[in-house]
Ligand binder design. Structure first.
Ligand code: TMO
Length: 321
């Protein structure tokens, strides 16, 4: 369906140009397109991939490191030009708030289907066979006790700026878990790696697409199914008095957004942005090139682009020829 829409769009554009030979297409500004960089690998590599695509079109690009929630306000105001990875689970609320205030345009979804939630490597299930249900996890809470968490189980959540509301979820569902925020994505992988040697049960925040699925077999914990408004309306979810008593969306979107002036200031670049649509395997590979192969993000991006010209060049050609 998605690809048919895209094909229709490309054909319609080609048709429009064919019948409007005198059409003057405005040139893109030589001002730098400002691309924000966050704290997980696929986003960093993808940002460099798209930045290098723009450079191949003769455009100027600058990267800035920004907070992954505040960035939506920055896109809206034009302090940054775009955002390439709007994950529904982590950033849906900030995205919706900024979109409603005005100044940000939706540049469409990637092909990818995303999920972000409590996750365990498969050896954990040997010790807690009722998994993946959250009630079973809760009954096994003792298995996850550490010196730090006392008589409660330890759940290692993502860095604070991903706003996963793990503590609120544990409280809303009356779980015997203490939620600790990791300082970085690397701390999540270290936690899994350290548990692997003696197959110690662990539960950590994880997501897909990600490199981790190629390294450790595992599963997401099944929480009460996400309902729209679970983060705003206590009536949603099983606890009538609490927010965040649902899992994250299990088939979430991954979206692109831009500052509204990008459409007129860099029309070709915006056209390319709207064509861009990465898949789960492509995004997992971008992460792997940094987290497993240990390439620098810029290197990973240029290597990824070299291997995938057949994917990216048509997105550019449809906007520039
Ligand atoms: C926002 N993230 C993909 C790290 O969950």
């Amino acid at each position: 369906m998605k690809s048919i829409n895209k094909l229709t769009k490309i054909l319609t554009m080609a048709g429009a140009l064919a019948f409007a030979p005198g059409l003057a297409v405005a040139e893109d500004s030589s001002d730098p397109i400002i691309i924000p960089i966050h704290n997980w690998s696929s986003q960093i590599v993808m940002s460099n991939v798209v930045g290098q695509m723009y450079e191949s079109m003769g455009l100027n690009v600058e990267y800035v490191t920004t907070d992954s929630q505040a960035v939506y306000e920055s896109v809206r105001l034009g302090d940054v030009t775009l955002e390439l990875e709007v994950w529904e689970g982590a950033f849906g609320a900030s995205y919706r708030a900024a979109l409603a205030k005005g100044g940000m345009v939706d540049a469409g979804e990637h092909n990818a289907i995303t999920r972000e939630d409590w996750w365990y490597p498969l050896w954990t299930k040997e010790a807690c066979p009722g998994l993946p249900s959250w009630e079973a996890l809760n009954e096994c809470a003792d298995l996850f006790r550490t010196a730090e968490t006392g008589d409660k189980g330890r759940y290692l959540d993502g860095p604070v700026d991903w706003l996963k509301h793990g503590q609120e979820r544990a409280e809303a569902l009356d779980m015997n878990f203490t939620v600790i925020n990791a300082g970085s994505a690397a701390a999540l992988w270290a936690e899994i790696g350290a548990a692997e040697a003696n197959k110690r049960p662990v539960v950590v925040f994880n997501w897909t697409p990600n490199f981790a699925e190629a390294v450790w077999e595992g599963e997401f914990v099944e929480f009460p199914t996400w309902e729209d408004g679970c983060d705003k309306d206590p009536a949603k979810g099983p606890n009538p008095n609490a927010l965040y008593d649902c899992g994250n969306p299990a088939t979430g979107y991954l979206r692109k957004v831009a500052h509204h002036e990008m459409t007129t200031k860099w029309p070709s670049a915006y056209c390319v942005l709207s064509n861009i649509s990465f898949t789960n395997p492509q995004i997992a590979e971008m992460a792997k090139m940094v987290d497993v192969d240990e390439l620098e993000p810029e290197e990973a991006a240029s290597k990824w682009l070299k291997g995938n010209k057949g994917v990216t060049q048509p997105w550019i050609d449809a906007c520039t020829t």
